[in-house]
Design a protein around this ligand. Structure first.
Ligand code: KG4
Ligand code: ZN
Length: 337
């Protein structure tokens, strides 16, 4: 089965082709560097860029895969959550394709796609704990099996990737800030012991809060005393400490020793190293090129949904800015085509 995957939930326009026998045939990602000047994603510009980039990206994805539109068996696209104007761009493209080639439209949840990007190379056993860390999300989810999710907690304010981007901006570095800070931190020392937000907070055991940490880091940057690399290292130590310790706590509480890390921040080298120090945990990360937003994770998750659950939706299924992963399977059932 050949599935086309479309991802436009934020600022990356991506189209990929997944073949259930041969794997990923193509994965074209067009990143909108235009947002660098704003230090964050500007919604109206993002939507316009998706509209402009969609057809050239689709064309390249088909060419790279050496197929034509009529070879496709189904079209999977990210319907939620994300920037609504960005989502609508991809969903409209997907609906138009589904209508014209008369092939099923398979909806995918963005967080689900990040998690199942880990399955593309090889299937992982259930249950597992998923830590999803990206520019828009910081969530801990217990995955009992595909489409059976328990939401344990998430950020009460800023997402972790967003904080990386803001700290990089305050340091006068580029966008996205995560990879730059990750690299810089390798040369730095922990000169300031920043607070570890909500780490020992019983009521918010599985919730996160990074906006106070962001303000504390920016205050130190503005003092102009410390070297950039030392600020980067001190900040990253606090972030990684919180992410790893909360995930390990959930593993102990639920008696699970399998962890799947996903989303853009799962590319972080220190996060990877610190998780791998837990020898009694089986920890999975996506390959680097599937950490940040991409169409391949959407195509694969769509394929999985169609194969295992037989789900496709009618053209009146709508994109939504918000929808928790545990609520998504139920929402799908009410729209089953
Ligand atoms: O998953 P993603 O592409 O978009 C969302 O769904 O939000 O994640 C993008 C985020 C950005 O905030 C970027 O700074 C961060 O992932 N990121 C990293 C690294 N690579 C990307 N953060 C920390 N360390 C990295 N190596
Ligand atoms: Zn994402």
């Amino acid at each position: 089965m050949i599935v086309l995957g479309i991802e436009t939930s934020c600022d990356d326009t991506s189209v990929a082709v997944y073949d259930s026998e041969k794997g990923i045939l193509s994965n074209v990602v067009s990143s909108q560097l235009i947002h660098a000047q704003f230090g964050g994603v500007y919604p109206e510009i993002a939507a316009r860029e998706h509209t402009k980039n969609f057809l050239p990206v689709l064309d390249k994805a088909l060419k790279d895969a050496n197929i034509v539109l009529s070879d496709i068996d189904a079209i999977a696209t990210t319907f939620m959550p994300g920037l609504i104007v960005s989502l609508v761009a991809g969903v409209s493209g997907a609906k138009a394709l589904s209508f014209s080639v008369k092939k099923p439209l398979i909806p995918v949840h963005h967080i689900e796609a990040h998690i199942f990007a880990n399955f593309i190379k090889k299937e992982i056993e259930y249950p597992f704990l998923a830590l999803v860390v990206s520019g828009g999300h910081t969530e801990l989810i217990l995955v009992k099996e595909f489409e059976d999710y328990i939401y344990l907690g998430g950020t009460l304010d800023d997402a972790v990737g967003e904080v990386y981007d803001k700290v990089a901006r305050a340091l006068g570095l580029g966008f996205p800030g995560g990879p730059i800070i990750d690299k810089l931190a390798k040369e730095g020392k922990e000169v300031i012991k920043f607070p570890r937000p909500l780490l020992n907070d019983e009521e918010n055991k599985y919730n996160f809060s990074f906006s106070g940490l962001k303000s504390a880091v920016i205050r130190e940057i503005n003092k102009g005393i410390y070297k950039q690399e030392d600020i980067a290292k001190s900040f990253q130590n606090a972030v990684v400490d919180v992410l790893v310790k909360k995930t390990v706590l959930a593993c102990k509480e639920f008696g699970i020793n399998r962890v799947v890390v996903a989303g853009g921040v799962s590319a972080n080298s220190q996060l990877r190293e610190e998780f791998l120090n837990f020898k009694d945990l089986e920890v999975h990360f996506p390959p680097m090129y599937l950490c940040t937003d991409n169409g391949a994770m959407v195509a694969y998750t769509g394929y999985k949904r169609f194969k295992e659950k037989g789900v496709a939706v009618s053209l009146d299924f709508e994109a939504k800015a918000r929808c928790r992963i545990d609520k998504f399977p139920q929402l799908l059932r009410s729209f089953h085509a």
